[in-house]
Design a protein. Sequence first.
Length: 206
Amino acid sequence: MEVPPEITFRGIEKNEAIEELVLEKVAKLDEIYEGIVSCRIALEKVQEFQRSGNPYRVRIVARVPPGHELVVRQEPGKSDMHDPLEIVVNEAFNALRRQLIKVKEKQQGDVKVHPKQELIGYVVRLFPERGYGFIKTLEGRELYFHRNSVLKDDFERLEIGTGVRYFPEDGKEGPQASTIQIVDKPGVQAARTPDSNLELPEDWKP
């Protein structure tokens, strides 16, 4: 990155852990898109939400050649009222990551996601009341995911065995899945796709 990232706290006491998380996320952006000019991050506590749960807003502005300005605004909402600031930051950077991938693909003249970037798995555990679950990878590992990482607000559509595409990333507690998209529902159809070859859970019956 040509210019050091700029982090601004508004209505929030400066937090070293959050600052380290943001810098870590910014560093990972350079792995996706080389040549990012600058990145400005504003972390804000929204006054009208201070009494009712999650009051956080995260805004990221990134400039990439040849003059693109990518803007992400992660606003507080009813579904994520109790999410800590760390999750809001993660989701904002996930959104920016998707934008960077699209810009890079357009510049390369290829609108398809590279197979090494996007992976396939299926849902093996769900905790709807807590808003998270676990995906089993083709290698047999289980990856945590949060409801905010599911595209198109499709968390409620997930079931045990649902096939999904996802991006792996390093979370605060270890590896996790982000940018999750349903392949098919239920999982038996996902297993029939040529590139998935998924192993269904033992307790799943078609």
